[in-house]
Design a protein around this ligand. Structure first.
Ligand code: PEP
Ligand code: MG
Length: 834
């Protein structure tokens, strides 16, 4: 395609008072360069009267009416860059106005590139902020940056290159690959990773996975462009830094497999065995329910290309926020490693090749859902064909994500994994989303034809505590629905046709295992009292009322942190006061008079909500987040406070404000809360702050004079004390809450609270780590709040310790030089404390 855009047709840093003004300015560029007769500018305006040319993500594409084509001298486009944006349609703002004068259909390829750009917010932002017109010229004329995929003819490496051997025991799979992508995207340079004859763009997740790089693969990293050297060095560091973690994970998986070996029961009479791989320990006896998934039947319903592009863009954005919410929810419910599964899924949505392929089909006139489905299926089939089973399993992840997008495009693609009566679920494969949603109360266990022990599905099954076997072979699907079965998840075996005597023996074994589990549960319910009788309160961190029951069953005395932002995610607008009230009231009811600390909205930083249209922050963690945002947005804050105080009439709750750094912020929040309370005639409730900034810790004595309680958020406190972005792909591992500098801040906070006899808890990740919990207890906190599943281990550690020994441990930890030295105290002191 000839170049449609030249530098003279780009106007950087422009301003427009209105949409009309923007169209005229862009039209004048085309006219001045001789591409159109000036009269065509009117045609550009005329089009706008009959259709909306806003493409999505801040891009608008005004183009003239068909009947005015004779006013075009030659095909071209002009770009107006509007950093401040201009209102285009229905509140949507355009930052890039791409005016098209096309004699025939030469602009179709340009549209395709724009569609692809819309799926790549980072590159789009680079174009809005570019100070060199050639950056826009290259991007829109189709320079290759950020768009390459796996190239199966040997490509030349870029100018600068380094070689390395991949030291990951499980090869390059989605989790580390997402970190590679995050690092690479921070640089402008064009980059390439070559593995033999295959090369991939490290800014593209699927492309990296398709390299099929297994353990010890020889890789060549190369780059070219202004920051090529830095980009290469950073990517190399990321790759190497992840190595230790990959080895740890592999060792843990090996240990799990070894532990999974003992066979608790085996039939003595003949029975049919399906020998698979253990994916979740435990024992299940019951009927099977065979889930026969059919390929989604997506009809090709051609639609207007522009409208279809809007639809796809919307569906992708909705899926992205749904996955963000799922990541946070899964992290809070099941743990960080489980949450990362869905973070990696979200990255798949940025895959330029996938978006490109879908856009190509759209532009060929196919329907939006059909195009997306075809593009995703082609990619998934390529992944599934990789020789390494671990990498091939990523096809399941891609199909899972693709299905979510189809759902947002209005297709009925739900897999119904709900069971009415208890059963062992049998399926070809289960998507991670389906597994995360399984109800352990009726899902006795599950077996799949394919999948592997390290698949995301298996990770989730283990966390949910559902017995499971994967890779049981295709014959599994021949089992008749309703057949009685015995599943030994620990050895990965499913038996069908088991004799009545063997079934009785199996039930006996199952009862024995259940008794053992019950004994463990009974210990969980005991108080977290040290050997010398000092009792710590144990709270649970939750996001939804339904989780209260599980938290209490896991041994929590109450709720130490309810993160309310989850109410605001996965939707298009803020929840109303009534909706929030309903949720908080249900929390109060479920808590049944136990401690319940509800945190007000903590948005900003790592948690973003698209519909709030918050301005871009170059340092989100240092920007308008948490209470700072709430104080600026009474439209969000007041309904939440009202809902909380209404719920307070139904039962006890405490209100806590996040991300507080100055006394004035706390005073403002307290004053607003009091105004709302008086208006509603609600009872007084304890009002506290999270201590998660160094200023709050340093000023703890002042804050303690103002508020009723503290809860220390060690996750944020650590990132601010150590100046380490908790999400930074390379540095996040340095964000260690056990660092003595963080512990000293906690000590100062406890001392500040004590001076005014105020209650102090900890709700960051450190509280759920047995060593961290021991040190925190020694530092004198009143409460530890954590994920429900961390409670038993923390309780048993505290119950085996003496308070004076924990205090000595804390003193020694404060004097340590670094995290390793604090960890080294673990073995000696904890044993001595017992
Ligand atoms: C924290 O920062 O420790 C905390 C509990 O809050 P969040 O992780 O939700 O930021
Ligand atoms: Mg926090």
């Amino acid at each position: 395609m000839p170049s449609l855009l030249t530098a003279e047709l780009v106007r950087l840093n422009a301003r427009a008072s209105s949409k009309l003004d923007a169209i005229v300015q862009a039209g004048e560029l085309l006219a001045a360069a001789g591409y159109i007769e000036p009269a065509y500018i009117e045609s550009l305006q005329g089009r706008e009267q009959v259709s909306n040319t806003y493409l999505g993500s801040g891009v608008a594409i005004p183009h003239g009416m068909q009947e005015d084509r004779h006013l075009i001298r030659r095909t071209g486009v002009a770009v107006l860059q509007l950093p401040e944006g201009v209102e285009w349609h229905d509140g949507e703002r355009a930052n890039l106005v791409v005016a098209i004068a096309a004699q025939s259909d030469e602009h179709i390829a340009l549209l395709q590139r724009l569609t692809r750009l819309i799926g790549d917010p980072a590159q789009l932002l680079a174009l809005v902020e570019a100070r060199d017109p050639h950056v826009l010229v290259e991007a829109l004329n189709g320079a290759t940056r950020g768009t390459s995929t796996v190239i199966d003819t040997t490509p030349a490496d870029f100018e600068q290159c380094i070689e390395l051997v991949l030291d990951y025991p499980h090869g390059l799979h989605a989790r580390p690959a997402s970190a590679w992508v995050a690092t690479s995207k921070r640089y402008q340079a064009a980059m390439r990773v070559r593995h033999g004859k295959l090369a991939a763009d490290p800014k593209n997740l699927v492309s990296l996975l398709q390299l099929g790089a297994t353990a010890n693969a020889q890789l060549v990293l190369s780059a070219q462009g202004v920051d090529a050297a830095e980009a290469l060095a950073a990517l190399k560091r990321t790759i190497e830094n992840l190595s230790a973690e990959e080895h740890e994970r592999a060792a843990a998986a090996r240990a799990r497999r070894q532990k999974a070996q003992p066979v608790a029961w085996a039939p003595l009479d003949p029975a049919t065995l399906f020998d698979g791989v253990s994916a979740g320990p435990g024992f299940a006896i019951g009927p099977v329910r065979v889930l026969r998934t059919t390929q989604p039947d997506i009809q090709d319903r051609p639609a207007d290309t522009l409208e279809a592009t809007h639809q796809l863009d919307r569906a992708l954005r909705e899926t992205a926020s749904e996955l963000d919410a799922l990541t946070r929810d899964t992290t809070a419910r099941l743990g960080a490693a489980e949450g990362e599964i869905f973070a990696a899924h979200r990255e798949l949505l940025n895959d330029t090749e996938l978006l490109n392929a879908a856009a190509r089909m759209l532009l060929d006139g196919h329907g939006v859902a059909w195009s997306w489905h075809q593009a995703a299926e082609q990619q998934a089939a390529r992944l599934a064909a990789l020789p390494d089973p671990l990498l091939a399993a990523r096809a399941t992840d891609l199909r899972d994500v693709a299905r979510r997008v189809l759902k947002h495009l209005g297709e009925d693609v739900a897999t119904d994994t709900r069971l009415d009566t208890p059963a062992i679920l049998i399926a070809e494969d289960l998507a991670p989303s389906d597994t995360a949603m399984l109800d352990p109360a009726v899902t006795l266990g599950f077996c799949t034809v394919s999948g592997g022990p390290t698949s995301h599905t298996a990770i989730l099954a283990r966390t949910l505590g559902v017995p499971a076997a994967v890779a049981c072979g295709a014959a599994l699907m021949d089992i008749a629905d309703g057949s009685e079965a015995v599943l030994d998840g620990s050895s990965g075996r499913l038996y069908i046709g088991v004799s009545a005597t063997d079934r009785d023996r199996a039930r006996h074994t199952q009862r024995q295992l259940a008794d053992e589990a019950q004994r463990a549960a009974a210990n969980r319910a005991l108080p977290a009292a040290t050997l010398d009788g000092h009792v710590l309160e144990i709270g649970a961190n939750i996001t939804r009322p339904e989780q209260v029951r599980d938290a209490i069953a896991s041994g929590a005395d109450g709720v130490g942190l309810m993160r309310t932002e989850f109410l605001f995610l996965e939707r298009h607008d803020a929840p109303s006061e009534d909706e929030q009230y309903d949720c908080y009231r249900r929390m109060v009811e479920a808590s049944g008079g136990r401690q319940l600390i509800i945190r007000t909205l903590d948005i900003g930083g790592d948690k973003q909500v698209p519909y709030l249209n918050l301005p871009h922050e170059s340092n989100p963690f240092l920007g308008v987040r948490g209470l700072r945002l709430c104080l600026r947005r009474p439209d969000l804050f007041l309904p939440q406070l009202r809902a909380l105080y209404r719920a307070a009439k139904d039962g006890p709750l405490w209100i806590m404000f996040p991300m507080v750094s100055t006394l004035d912020e706390a005073r403002q929040a307290l004053a607003l809360a009091e105004t709302v309370r008086v208006e509603l005639g609600a009872p007084k409730v304890p009002l506290g702050i999270m201590v998660e900034t160094p200023s709050a810790a340093a000023f703890a004595d002042h804050f303690a004079a103002l508020v009723d309680f503290f809860s220390i958020g060690t996750n944020d406190l650590t990132q601010y004390v150590l100046a380490v972005d908790r999400e930074h792909p390379e540095l996040a591992r340095m964000a260690e809450s056990l660092h003595p500098a963080v512990l000293r801040m906690i000590k100062q906070t406890v001392e500040g609270a004590r001076r005014h006899r105020k209650w102090v808890g900890v709700c960051g990740g450190l509280a759920g780590d047995p060593l961290g919990a021991s040190i925190l207890a020694g530092l004198g906190v009143d409460e530890l709040s954590m994920s429900a599943r961390d409670i038993p281990a923390v309780k048993s550690r505290l119950r085996a310790s003496r308070l004076d020994a924990l205090q000595a441990l804390a003193r020694r930890a404060l004097d340590c030089e670094d995290v390793d030295a604090v960890r080294a105290l673990d073995s000696d002191d904890i044993k001595a404390a017992a």
